[in-house]
Design a protein around this ligand. Structure first.
Ligand code: ZN
Length: 190
């Protein structure tokens, strides 16, 4: 996504073939190909916003032991870093970011966009509000949750908190008249 002056990427996806998320999902990620098709080079990305630190959302964070997006600031909620620290995902996909990692605490304005804490799926999960969409990561993982927000997802760490975040995201998107972009809900899913 390009905000006024910034090239911003929200989540880095599944990662390469042979990576843990690709093994888990049975398919490799496509982000480098999609960026190339969009005419965006990795070094042109100014900001990477991570909705949360799960393998399938941070899979292309690094290339080898270096940040893949060499000129980007990677923005994560402090609560998420506190929660993920010590995990394999943190060691492999967050620690190598070094000084490019930026923690924010709560609601924040970054690269012209608004970051909203939407905890529950993970303690520091965040969503991103643009003027075109509310990018909601894993706040919703199935369209049925738009109708029944109380439907919990098996991997939600705090289901009651996740339900509250879901209701809030649905309310806000309706109020602003913007669509919700959720990572695991595809356009052809009905
Ligand atoms: Zn997740």
């Amino acid at each position: 996504m390009t905000s006024d002056q910034y090239a911003v990427l929200v989540d880095t996806g599944v990662g390469p073939a042979g990576g843990e998320a690709a093994e888990w999902l049975g398919t490799a990620g496509r982000l480098p190909r999609l960026l190339e098709a969009a005419g965006v080079r990795a070094d042109e990305i100014d900001t990477v916003i991570l909705t949360h630190v799960h393998l399938d959302h941070a899979g292309w964070n690094v290339e080898g032991d270096r940040p893949r997006f060499g000129n980007a600031e990677y923005v994560v909620q402090q609560a998420e870093l506190d929660h993920a620290r010590g995990s394999t995902t943190y060691r492999k996909l967050i620690a190598p970011l070094g000084s490019q990692l930026r923690a924010v605490d709560g609601r924040a304005s970054v690269a012209g966009l608004t970051l909203l804490p939407t905890p529950g799926h993970t303690p520091g999960h965040q969503s991103v509000l643009t003027d075109q969409a509310l990018i909601a990561g894993d706040v919703l993982v199935h369209p049925a949750q738009a109708r029944w927000p109380e439907l919990v997802y098996v991997y939600e760490q705090e289901p009651a908190v996740a339900t509250t975040s879901r209701r809030e995201v649905l309310r806000l998107a309706a109020e602003l008249g913007v669509p919700i972009a959720a990572a695991h809900v595809s356009c052809d899913q009905r």
